[in-house]
Ligand binder design. Structure first.
Ligand SMILES: Cc1ncc(COP(=O)(O)O)c(C=O)c1O
Length: 455
C-alpha cells in the first residue's frame, strides 16, 4: 500500500466513517500531516457499557492480575487526547508513562510505521538492517556516545548496562573474562527512590523492597545509598569492588527528583577514581522530556553508558544503551543479544521520533511548556496546605502532596484528565506528550487546581 496524504487525511485504509472492524469504533477523519492535532469527536461504540464490562471481565479471567486498572477501556488516541468506548475524551497527561512523546497516532510516526511494516518488519540480529543503523548513527552523533546496543524495554537496556559494567571490570582487571574461577569487581551501586526495572538485575538496583522481596535472592552485589548523598556514595564506590554506578538524572517513579550538577559530577569523579562505569538511566527522563535531548545535558556531566527506552519508538517497544568506545571494546560477539531488539519496524519508528524531538525549536517548546505548567500550578495551588512542592524539569513534573494522590488521580480522570502517581503514592506525576499546547496546560492546571484545592 502506498501511504499517501489521503491516507493520513482519513480517506483510505482504517479510517472508515462506518464502525471500524478492528476496534468497532466510529471514527472521525484524522488531521492532515501538517495540521495541529485537532479535537475530534468520537462517537460511542454501540453498547459501550456492555462492551466495557465484557473487556474488563475478560481481562480478569484471562490476564494475570499484576496490574491495578480503573474501570476504563481506551479505544482510540489522537494527539494528546484519548477516547474511551463511550466516546468520552480525556486529556492525556500520562502519555503511557512518559512513552507517547509525540502523542497518539502522530501522522509522521504513523507513516513511518506503515511504510516499514509494508517493507520489512523483522529479520533478527543475525542480519544487517537499514533503519537500525540509521538510528544508531543519529543517536551517536547527537550524544556523548560512540556505539549503540539495542534492547526491547527499559529494564532490558539496564540489564545490558549491568552486563557491560561487569564485563568491562573483568577486562580492565586483565583477567580472562571467560575464566569461571577469576574474580573481578562486580558490585553495582544505585540510589534510594530509584526505579530501574523489573528483571532480576535491574530490580536489584531498584529502591522499593516490595518489588524485590518476593523474588529474592536477586542479583548479588547490589548496594544502595541515599540519592544526592555524595558522602554515602563515596563510602561504597571502591576500586577493586565497584563495577558500575547507576543513577537517574531526574528520578521518575521515585517522585520526580532532579539531581544536581554537584551530585552527578561527584559521582563522575568517584567512578573515575574507582575505575567503575557511570550509567545514567534516562529511560524516563531522556529524549526531550527535560527540554534537552538528553537529561545529562542539563548538568554538563557525561556518563559512560546511557539507557533509553520509553519514548524512543513513540509507543513501540524498544530500549537502547548508548556507550563510550571503551565500553563497546570490552564486549565481544556473543556476549549479549536479543532476537527482536532494534528490528527494522521499531527503529524506523524511532528514527522519526528522534528527528522530531531533536529539533531545537521542539526542545525549547518543551522547556517553555514545562515552565508554564509549573508556574501556573504554583500560582493556583499557593497556600494549599496539602501541597508541599511542585517540582520538575521540562515536561516531567511532580506535585508533592502530604496525602496519597490516588484520590486526585481518580477525580481528574472523572473530569477527563489522565495523570498518574509517583513516589510513595503521594506525588501527582505529570508526563504529558511533548506535543501538548499551551491550552492543554491551562486545562490540566484548572482541573488539578479545582480538585487539589478541594482536598
Ligand atoms: C527510570 C526508569 N528505568 C527503567 C524503567 C523500566 O522500563 P520498562 O518498564 O520499559 O522495563 C523505568 C520504567 O518506568 C524507568 O522509569
Amino acid at each position: 500500500m502506498q501511504v499517501t496524504a489521503g491516507f493520513l487525511q482519513g480517506t483510505a485504509l482504517h479510517i472508515p466513517s462506518a464502525p471500524c472492524q478492528r476496534c468497532r469504533h466510529r471514527q472521525a477523519p484524522r488531521p492532515s500531516a501538517t495540521a495541529a492535532p485537532a479535537r475530534s469527536s468520537v462517537e460511542s461504540i454501540p453498547n459501550a457499557t456492555q462492551f466495557t464490562n465484557d473487556i474488563i471481565a475478560d481481562e480478569k479471567q484471562y490476564i494475570m492480575q499484576t496490574y491495578v486498572r480503573p474501570e476504563l477501556v481506551f479505544t482510540r488516541g489522537e494527539g494528546a487526547r484519548l477516547y474511551d468506548a463511550h466516546g468520552k475524551e480525556y486529556l492525556d497527561f500520562a502519555a503511557g508513562i512518559a512513552v507517547n512523546a509525540l502523542g497518539h497516532t502522530h501522522p509522521q510516526w504513523l507513516q513511518a510505521v506503515v511504510e516499514q511494516a509494508e517493507t520489512l518488519a523483522h529479520t533478527s540480529n543475525l542480519f544487517h538492517s537499514v533503519p537500525q543503523v540509521r538510528l544508531a548513527k543519529k543517536l551517536v552523533e547527537l550524544s556523548f556516545a560512540d556505539k549503540v546496543f539495542y534492547a526491547n524495554s527499559g529494564t532490558e537496556a539496564n540489564e545490558a548496562a549491568i552486563k557491560f559494567c561487569r564485563k568491562f571490570a573483568r577486562v580492565q582487571a586483565g583477567i580472562d573474562p571467560y575464566d569461571k574461577a577469576a574474580e573481578a569487581p562486580y558490585e553495582m551501586v544505585s540510589f534510594s527512590n530509584s526505579f530501574h526495572g523489573r528483571t532480576l538485575g535491574a530490580l536489584a538496583l531498584t529502591y522499593k523492597d516490595q518489588y524485590k522481596t518476593p523474588f529474592s535472592p536477586i542479583m548479588p552485589g547490589a548496594l544502595m545509598v541515599p540519592y544526592m548523598d555524595l558522602d554515602a556514595a563515596a563510602a561504597v564506590i571502591k576500586k577493586g569492588k565497584t563495577a558500575g554506578v547507576i543513577v537517574e538524572p531526574v528520578q521518575g517513579e521515585g517522585g520526580i527528583f532532579p539531581a544536581s550538577t554537584a551530585f552527578l559530577g561527584g559521582l563522575r569523579e568517584l567512578c573515575d577514581e574507582a575505575g567503575a562505569l557511570l550509567v545514567f538511566d534516562e529511560v524516563q527522563c531522556g529524549l526531550g522530556r527535560t527540554g534537552k535531548l538528553f537529561g545529562y545535558q542539563n548538568f554538563g556531566v557525561e556518563p559512560d553508558i546511557l539507557t533509553l527506552a520509553k519514548p524512543l519508538a513513540g509507543g513501540l517497544p524498544i530500549g537502547a544503551a548508548l556507550v563510550k568506545q571503551r565500553v563497546a571494546d570490552a564486549m565481544a560477539p556473543g556476549d549479549h543479544g536479543s532476537t527482536f531488539a532494534g528490528n527494522p519496524l521499531v527503529t524506523a519508528a524511532a528514527d522519526v521520533v528522534l528527528d522530531i524531538i531533536a529539533q531545537p525549536a521542539f526542545l525549547e517548546r518543551v522547556l517553555s511548556l514545562g515552565e508554564r505548567l509549573r508556574s501556573q500550578l504554583r500560582q493556583a495551588l499557593a497556600g494549599n496546605a496539602h501541597v508541599k512542592e511542585v517540582r520538575g524539569l521540562g515536561l516531567i513534573t511532580g506535585i508533592q502532596l502530604d496525602v496519597m494522590a490516588g484520590d486526585v488521580v481518580q477525580k481528574a480522570r472523572d473530569q477527563g484528565l489522565i495523570v498518574i502517581t509517583a513516589g510513595k503514592g503521594d506525588v501527582v506525576r505529570l508526563v504529558p506528550p511533548l506535543i501538548i499546547t499551551e491550552a492543554d496546560v491551562d486545562i490540566a492546571v484548572s482541573i488539578l487546581a479545582e480538585i487539589i484545592n478541594g482536598l
